[in-house]
Unconditional design. Sequence first.
Length: 176
Amino acid sequence: MSDINETSQQFVTFSLGEDLFGVEVNRTREILSLTPVTKVPQTPDYLLGVINLRGQVVPVVDMRLKLGLPANAETKDTCIIVVDVLVDGEILTVGALVDAVREVLDIRSDQIEPPPRLGTRLNTEFINGMGKVDEQFMIWLNIDRIFNSDEFALVQDAGSIRAENADSEEELVEAS
């Protein structure tokens, strides 16, 4: 029987290659099947562009490239996790392109260990914790630390200009 003082959180888990990652459920708005992305000129490779999500311009980031992993071909499982990110005190909505969404897991606090200081392929400032769940190693991401305000300003400015120049929502999507 579990201790009533033991806390747990729910995470949406997703894969990037063989690696398993998680973000808090309460930061996840929705999961979209792969949708056309409108490229924004002069942005970093990991910023794929923007999508129009019910009238809102949402930047889409390739999580593989953002985390320093090699690019991968899209598959039927490739999808976009729409998350709320806190950047400079402001909540911004971002689409994160991932290889596949796995499941929502309840993770007890005693299953999460702090990130190691050395020896990971990832910059550990992006990592809230690591641990094993059902014999698979998982990395829990700090979604707020993955992005910075300069990146968002670049994409939002370009996306806003494109949205203002589009005569309709369909035109914005067709531009991709």
